[in-house]
Ligand binder design. Structure first.
Ligand code: UD1
Length: 351
């Protein structure tokens, strides 16, 4: 299939691009590099053994998005594009609603114009809110997220469900990710957050390379085996393969819209993850226990039976592999991706 990957230069998008190419699909990346480095495209070309087609576009621009879909003539779209920092979404709700919803509207409008009826959407476990039974089943309703970021995911799932009801020929997979971590086994692709990382694994990785002093563990007085929160960490390469499985399953879907959890199906505590990371690095790292982070739930993980039964997919990479791959990426790229693309130079020559 020819696949337009919206947000394909980002953390999960870039790994998915490689997984698609490995399965023989044709890929066009659409990205505006608002939260990704253009040099990701060099790394993708290096790993793919050939350049990967790129459309540099702000997907909230409906006219430009239409041009991109017209030019790239995709059979399907995988939609990763959007803002994703929970805390920032509380401070800048309008930017989150506008960016995440408008990009989706532009893509859906252009897809309708050009008769593209296959879509895979990046959703999140955050749509289950605070009251779903653990492990979270896809059948749970009502969806309710606790942040503006999460509510954009709930809203987009609702929009896609309504669009699917109006056009029964559409096939849309809603992929609810649990906690994506890890990096490409080559050490050439990984997570490269701008500023102070919000999430546990990139934070620990930056402690390990000396960019941060110590991890702050947000609470060890939860009702869990070691008192720290349990989450369902999933290797980004498993997640990428889950997208390929979902894409290839669209045709066989009995209903226009279907949600799938992409997780490992097991809970890992903050302490277990931290200890595994120290083992991968081969020396102790600094951590201190501080108060709970507002909004954190004690423990949740995915019910993975639907993805296994219907997509024929399950996560295969364990915790050791996740942290080893993060460490390989972070130690080889302590400051993340290069700022410039190969052969390109800054506009301003430093004095
Ligand atoms: C968060 C978001 C979720 C989003 C996901 C993306 C919230 C409430 N949820 O999930 O919507 O989809 O990121 O991956 O923000 N922790 C520490 N110290 C740190 C950072 C984290 O102890 O410096 C702990 C947290 O308390 C939590 C666990 O590590 O128990 C994982 O945290 P994080 O990586 O931020 O992910 P989530 O909060 O699960």
């Amino acid at each position: 299939m020819r696949v337009l990957v919206a947000g394909g230069a980002g953390y999960i998008g870039s790994h998915t691009v490689l997984a698609l190419l490995a399965r023989g699909h044709d890929v066009v990346v659409a990205d505006d590099f608002s939260n990704a480095r253009p040099s990701v495209m060099d790394r993708l070309a290096e790993l793919a053994g050939r350049p990967v087609a790129l459309e540099e576009v702000d997907l909230t621009d409906e006219a430009r998005t239409e041009e991109v879909v017209a030019r790239s003539e995709p059979d399907a779209v995988i939609h990763f594009a959007g803002l994703k920092a929970v805390g920032e979404s509380v401070r800048e709700p309008l930017a989150y609603y506008r960016t995440n919803l408008d990009a989706t509207f532009s893509l859906l409008t252009a897809m309708r114009t050009h008769d593209v009826r296959r879509l895979v959407f990046s959703s999140s476990a955050t749509v289950y809110g605070d009251h779903a039974p653990v492990p979270y089943p896809e059948s749970y309703e009502p969806l309710a997220a606790a942040s503006p970021y999460g509510r954009t995911k709930v809203m987009i799932e609702q929009v896609l469900t309504d669009v699917g009801l109006a056009d029964p020929d559409l096939r849309i997979a809603l992929l609810r990710y649990f906690n994506p971590v890890g990096a490409h086994a080559s050490g050439r692709l990984g997570e490269d957050p701008q500023g102070v990382p919000n999430n546990l694994v990139p934070y620990v990785a930056q402690v390990a390379v000396g960019r941060r002093d110590r991890l702050q563990i947000y609470g060890d007085d939860y009702d869990t085996p070691d008192g720290t929160c349990l989450r369902d960490y999933i290797h980004v390469e498993d997640l990428a393969e889950g997208h390929v499985a979902a894409l290839e399953h669209l045709e066989a879907m009995a209903t226009p819209v279907r949600a799938f959890n992409l997780g490992s199906g097991r809970g890992t505590s903050v302490r277990e993850l931290f200890d595994a990371f120290c083992a991968a690095v081969g020396r102790p790292l600094e951590a201190e226990v501080v108060g709970r982070r507002p909004g954190d739930l004690p423990a949740y993980w995915a019910d993975v039976t639907r993805a296994a039964d219907e997509l024929g997919w399950r996560a295969t990479r364990g915790l050791e592999e996740m942290v080893a791959d993060v460490w390989r990426w972070q130690s080889a790229n302590p400051d993340g991706y290069p700022r410039e693309r190969a052969g390109q130079h800054p506009d301003v020559t430093p004095a």
